[in-house]
Design a protein. Sequence first.
Length: 179
Amino acid sequence: MNRLYAVVIGIAMLVVAPGVASAAPYPRPAANQQAIDSVISRALSQRGVPFSYGGGNAAGPSRGSGTSENVAGLDPAGNVVGLDPALSTVGFDASGLMVYAFAAVAKLPRSSGAQYQVSQKVTPDQALPGDLIFYGPEGNDCVALFVGNGQMVETTDQGVALSPVRTNNMTPYLGRIIA
């Protein structure tokens, strides 16, 4: 009976996340695989770094962006304080994390929508580690990095994290930067 439940749950997982959870291995050239491993390693090295809207660049986490209307001033240590916590938090937003992760091998645009536009589109059943998972129309809401085994590196309210792939609001295509 337990086997039956396991089979039913396994089939349900394949229906909920087709392809992404069970991506077949793809023989990449060794140099490309090394680049992908580097991208994934860079992204994973940032686990726990806080979320900061507009934060992050090729060099790593940075203060987020905001508008001058939101800034109250500087504290005695010279840190920005104000109504917008992104201005005083050093961290990453989703697209900033991808810019950092890929910085050693490719230059990505800063916004997730622009990253979606420049990436090679692949269907979820073709997903490979190192592919970008986009959310929202044309990838404008968010982006995460597929690392394999149904997992992705993403920014969350608690910071950069390794999470199960979510299919809710996912664009129909993932983006491949390195073939």
